[in-house]
Design a protein around this ligand. Structure first.
Ligand code: NAI
Length: 328
């Protein structure tokens, strides 16, 4: 049988962790022929809860699960990691300013970046889920100078999947008939879900829907504010859908996008589409052999340009703020 792949998950005792770990251990992250060894990172107060989850993982008797180890020390948790899912983060609480939020998360993602730099496997792939995901990914990446910057990504796949779901309902088609949807920019309310290059059953999606008012006043805000709507309805933030998107993100990164399709990932910009170099921003990307590439040459009209710019400006501001705080 194959050598197990080491997957480190932070925030393992949280809600997303609880929805995520069982799917990883069952083989859905990497594929049904790849055994996994889990390394869980939590803060000391939550180690006991993580141990409880590990007991349940045992009780599932997953054939692909080669072991579970729990740590409260980042240096140990990332040792030998091939895949790292950075889920644990400091949530924004009432009255907290953006600067406080960035600073608190800098205190988490800086040491985690350093630990990845020091101890992860050479082929490490990092997905940051914890918010503010793009900027947390930037902080970690900046503290891992020996790891190629392209290995640090942030999650906009949940936004991508939310957009697929809304568009499939509107068009009355299965999500499997939709291709080439894009989330641009930041994983925040400024994100831009773009259907102008998307296809429904092989035809242009925007033309097929032919309803600009719906696009502007319904689709875009519904996707961008879906997180808040889930909190309002469920009394807790998205967890199973976030975990599902994290599984999709890594699975696609490792196994490749389908011919004639792409996905959305927040990746380090090379200056494509006017996004300042170095920002971790969401783009249309294809993946192959474990590497991603930004889709080139798409025509961006004024409507899309303004929305991409607004979200990218927010990312630039976040980068400036963490620079000012000395976090990068
Ligand atoms: P949660 O609060 O239930 O769990 C977070 C866990 O992280 C807690 O168990 C906490 O003890 C742990 N943690 C805190 N600091 C840590 C550290 N330094 N090292 C290791 N673990 C640490 O939160 P939930 O619902 O699981 O969400 C996690 C994060 O994911 C939040 O930041 C949330 O905003 C974000 N999120 C991102 C989405 C995206 O699309 N990118 C979607 C949904 C949530």
């Amino acid at each position: 049988s194959r050598t197990p792949v080491t997957v480190t998950v932070t925030g393992a005792a949280g809600q997303i962790g609880y929805a995520l770990l069982f799917r990883i251990a069952s083989g859905q992250l990497l594929g049904a022929d790849t055994p996994v060894r889990l390394r869980l990172l939590e803060i000391p107060q939550a180690v006991k809860a993580a141990e409880g989850t590990a007991m349940e993982l045992d009780d599932c008797a997953f054939p692909l699960l080669a072991g579970v180890d729990i740590f409260d020390d980042a240096a140990k948790a990332f040792e030998g990691a091939n895949v790292a899912l950075l889920v644990g983060a400091r949530p924004r609480t009432k009255g907290m300013e953006r600067g406080d939020l960035l600073e608190a998360n800098g205190g988490i993602f800086k040491p985690q970046g350093e630990a990845i730099n020091a101890g992860a496997a050479d082929d490490i792939k990092v997905l940051v889920v914890g918010n503010p995901a793009n900027t947390n990914a930037l902080i970690a990446q900046q503290h891992a100078p020996d790891v190629p910057a392209v290995r640090f990504t942030a999650m906009t796949r949940l936004d991508h999947n939310r957009a697929l779901a809304q568009l499939s309902k509107k068009a009355g088609v299965s999500v499997s008939e939709i291709r080439k949807l894009t989330i641009w920019g930041n994983h925040s309310a400024t994100q831009y879900p773009d259907v102008f290059h998307a296809e429904i059953a092989g035809k242009n999606a925007a033309e097929t829907v032919n309803d600009q008012a719906w696009l502007e006043n319904d689709f875009i805000p519904t996707v961008a504010k879906r997180g808040a709507a889930i909190i309002e309805a469920r009394g807790a933030s998205s967890a199973a859908s976030a975990a599902s998107a994290a599984i999709d993100h890594v699975h696609t990164w490792v196994n490749g996008t389908a011919d004639g399709d792409w996905t959305s990932m927040a990746v380090v910009s090379d200056g494509s589409y006017g996004v300042p170099e170095g920002l971790i921003s969401s783009f249309p990307v294809t993946t192959r052999n474990g590497e991603w590439e930004i889709v080139q040459g798409l025509e961006i009209d004024d409507f899309s340009r303004a929305r991409i710019d607004a979200s990218v400006n927010e990312l630039s501001e976040e980068r400036d703020a963490v620079r000012k705080l000395g976090l990068i």
